[in-house]
Design a protein around this ligand. Structure first.
Ligand code: NAP
Ligand code: MG
Length: 397
């Protein structure tokens, strides 16, 4: 390796797994170069969270990052870690600096059947993470009156429409989005589709929302022009449909595509899709910026309950799959960007070694009840990683 990967360490059980993964599965095989940032909560507190900003800036510079799960502090964590401020979610900070979109993809196995029988391949959800109802303002009307939507432009545009003439009490809401944010979302989606060679679906309700949702559709159409030739070359499709039609088609599909959703749709649909695929421990996540920077991580958190057991000296069977796939994803991407086929190959072999292990029935506890067709043996995290290492050594020999 010549260009480093930005490495963001984290908290609790995933921090323990992080070191084990590096020691067992990465360092013995790869001439690893990273720029290390400790995003563990004590270090964020010590640096007034500057470390998070530095890690995001480094990702902008080097283009590829891998992140361990981190604690987002709440009141209880303030006491537990004796914090001097309730620091913001690192993921939120990094996302806003990179202006990226999060893509969540389940790791699928033949022996774990999704709740939807015909889903054969993973479905990746891309959620637009800005605006709409999450940045809305609301009023509770307590009496008869008129509600209006008013826009006063800096250069003279003035528009006013009546929302509703209330005859009695009611509720109202104002939402917005920006062309800039929608455009960034579209770029990230088309880039990721090309990257992973999958079709891209996008859905809104533009038959009802003729200006708001229609603007999303227009911007996607415009941005698609820049990617059209790549889509054609790779035989990929960009497919727009109404959200309700999309839901019906997704359920009937075999999977294997990316579904881009507006903020609220993505919030709801990502939970539905991830639950239907089985386990949170098998869900990967990658943040892609509109200019093509990538940050890989697991979708789950720091697995606090297991960490407390670990601290008491008890054995845990925490599933490292999503965190391993964050590493393999980052190494493969670094290899692709820098023209290092061996590194790309290592990323693929590492994932295949994980599949060899699971397909042989060696699994962590969370997967035992999900498997069909084989009789699994539950092992602890260390044993699981050792088994993957053996399979990896066989593959690389
Ligand atoms: P969590 O860490 O995802 O864990 C919730 C439960 O899901 C666990 O208790 C465990 O169930 C199961 N689980 C999740 N990942 C697993 C794995 N790899 N192997 C086995 N089981 C797994 O969520 P949380 O407990 O709500 O949050 C804990 C901390 O993580 C919080 O401080 C939160 O701020 C943080 N968090 C960080 C991120 C991130 O950095 N991206 C995301 C979400 C949450 P059982 O206990 O039943 O075994
Ligand atoms: Mg949700």
């Amino acid at each position: 390796m010549t260009t480093p990967i930005v490495e963001m360490d984290g908290d609790e059980m995933t921090r323990i797994l992080w070191k084990m993964i590096k020691d067992e599965l990465i360092l013995p095989f790869v001439d690893l170069k990273t720029e290390y940032f400790d995003l563990g909560l004590p270090e964020r507190d010590k640096t007034d969270d500057k470390i998070t900003i530095e890690a995001a800036e480094a990702t902008k510079k080097y283009g590829v990052a891998v992140k361990c799960a981190t604690i987002t502090p709440n009141a209880q964590r303030m006491t537990e870690y004796n914090l001097h401020q309730m620091w913001k979610s690192p993921n939120g900070t990094i996302r806003s600096i990179l202006d990226g979109t999060v893509f969540r993809t389940p790791i699928t196995l033949d022996s774990i059947h999704p709740a939807v029988r015909n889903w054969k391949k993973p479905i990746t959800i891309a959620r637009h993470a800005y605006g709409d109802v999450y940045k809305s303002v609301e009023i509770r009307a307590e009496e008869e009156g008129v509600a209006k939507l008013v826009f006063e432009g800096k250069n003279g545009q003035k528009e006013e429409v009546v929302i509703h003439e209330f005859k009695g009490p009611g509720v109202l809401q104002g939402m917005h989005n920006t062309d800039k944010s929608i455009r960034s979302f579209a770029h990230s989606c088309f880039k990721f589709a090309i990257d992973t060679k999958q079709d891209l679906w996008f859905s809104t309700k533009d038959t009802i929302s003729k200006k708001y949702d229609a603007r999303f559709r227009e911007i996607f159409d415009e941005v698609f022009e820049e990617y059209k030739s790549d889509f054609e070359r790779l035989g990929l499709e960009y497919f727009y449909t109404l959200i309700d039609d999309a839901v019906a088609r997704v359920i009937r599909s075999n999977g294997g595509f990316i579904w881009a959703c507006k903020n609220y749709d993505g919030d709801v649909m990502s939970d539905m899709v991830s639950t239907a695929f089985g386990s949170l421990a098998m869900m990967t996540s990658v943040l892609v910026s509109p200019d093509g920077k990538y940050e890989y991580e697991a979708a789950h958190g720091t697995v606090t309950r297991h960490y407390y057991k670990h601290l008491k000296g008890e054995e845990t069977s925490t599933n490292p799959m999503a965190t391993i796939f964050a590493w393999s994803g980052a190494l493969r991407k670094r290899g692709e960007l820098d023209g290092l086929p061996e590194l790309v190959n290592f990323g693929n072999q590492l994932e295949d070694a994980c599949f060899d292990t699971l397909n042989a029935g060696i699994v962590t506890k969370d997967l035992v009840n999900l498997m069909e067709g084989i009789t699994p043996t539950a092992v602890n995290s260390e044993q699981f990683l050792k088994a993957i290492r053996e399979n990896l050594e066989k593959r690389l020999a």
